[in-house]
Design a protein around this ligand. Sequence first.
Ligand code: HEC
Length: 166
Amino acid sequence: MKTKFLSTLVASFALLAACNDGAQPAAETPAAETEVSWPEGAPRYASRDELPAPWNEADLSAGQAAFEANCVRCHSVSPSVPSTLGPNLHGVFARAPGGLESHDYSPAMDEFAATTDMTYWIPEEVDEWLANPRSYLPQSAMFFDGLADETQRRDLIGWLMIESSK
Ligand code: HEC
């Protein structure tokens, strides 16, 4: 737990340092194998304070618990874990819907990906999907009933925005 906290801190500082480093040329060292290369301009959140409203008020531990109760059986967020039933969600707010190349999406998701104007998944749309997966994308392979509780969705998505950015 403590180690996790420390590595989170280190990651946050690294991120802050990267942001303040405008004058330096981009680092030449290739990213670690497990890391997604972050598209330029894609959002990446180090802490709750950086999240847009209402996710900046998310209860992150409640969000993590909700993710573990509802999503881990199909999704991982850790960059080093391969996709299982669902696509790995690491960097999900920095990629387009259906955008994980290594994952075999359903035809419904492929079609959605081809027609959406989202450059990256945005939290508002994830919220809408999770509220009612069957009406959002009826033929999707994500067999999930949805989360009716708006606060629970806020907490979960807020946590996911940070966790998927690590
Ligand atoms: C029963 C398995 C299952 C559960 C439970 C599940 N998902 Fe999914 N999820 C999927 C599958 C499969 C896809 C790909 C959908 C497709 O191809 O139609 C997906 C896609 C997604 C995507 C889009 C990813 C991308 O690459 O475009 C997000 C975001 C997502 N799920 C979030 C969640 C969250 C958050 C939860 C928990 C509240 C959850 N899912 C629960 C199986 C699941």
